[in-house]
Design a binder for this molecule. Structure first.
Ligand SMILES: *[C@@H]1O[C@H](CO)[C@@H](O)[C@H](O)[C@H]1NC(C)=O
Ligand SMILES: *[C@@H]1O[C@H](CO)[C@@H](O)[C@H](O)[C@H]1NC(C)=O
Length: 184
């Protein structure tokens, strides 16, 4: 008898706690979230669009793929629609990265990416760990202009690491939350 009373009070509490949440998620599920997906190519030319500002202190020396731990790097790189850097420029990535892996291959990157694509103009801000030779995902932490309130992630993958200009493919996966449509 005690256990039955206990059971019913648990069920009552569970219904009370679960129902409002269920209603909320159901509600959101019916909203078609706006999103766009596209790829661009980032071109970085050493001592022209990207510079070492402060030398690192430990680990492997400066090479095509490594920089010493603690290296502070700043860049303003063009983004083009095709892998060839002579193709149309539709954006700019400006930011900084600090070598944060003792292997000299990983760095914390902070960047603002200005875009004029698919009738959308503005910028997105990203932050995350970049790997010099492997693909990496960077969370989108916000945006401006047509990208106000945008969330999602970008995937950065090396395309060409040989020569003075290195190229990365940047895949954008951008999602607007429901409240973005009421922007000022
Ligand atoms: C870039 O500039 C630095 C500092 O002047 C120099 O030491 C380095 O050799 C240059 N790198 C290339 C690839 O030209
Ligand atoms: C890039 O495009 C230019 C001009 O169209 C061309 O001369 C060059 O060969 C291309 N480079 C590559 C790597 O495709």
């Amino acid at each position: 008898m005690v256990s039955i009373v206990y059971f019913f009070s648990i069920v009552t509490v569970l219904l009370f706690v679960l129902l409002p949440h269920e209603a909320t998620s159901h509600h959101h599920h019916h909203h078609g979230l706006k999103s766009i997906h596209f790829s661009l190519f980032q071109h970085e030319t050493i001592n022209k669009t990207g510079y070492i500002i402060v030398n690192g202190v430990a680990g492997p020396p400066v090479s095509q793929t490594t920089t010493p731990f603690g290296t502070l790097f700043a860049f303003q790189d063009p983004l083009t629609i095709k892998p060839n850097y002579t193709s149309k420029v539709v954006g700019t990535a400006q930011g900084t990265s600090i070598t944060s892996g003792l292997d000299g291959l990983q760095s914390i990157s902070i960047a603002s990416i200005t875009l004029n694509v698919k009738k959308h103009k503005g910028s997105i801000s990203i932050v995350g760990v970049t790997h010099n030779t492997n693909p990496a995902n960077h969370p989108v932490v916000g945006g401006t202009g047509d990208f106000l309130f945008v969330q999602g992630y970008v995937t950065s993958s090396p395309v060409n690491l040989v020569g003075l200009t290195v190229t990365y493919k940047i895949e954008f996966h951008l999602y607007w939350p429901p409240y973005a449509s009421s922007k000022p």
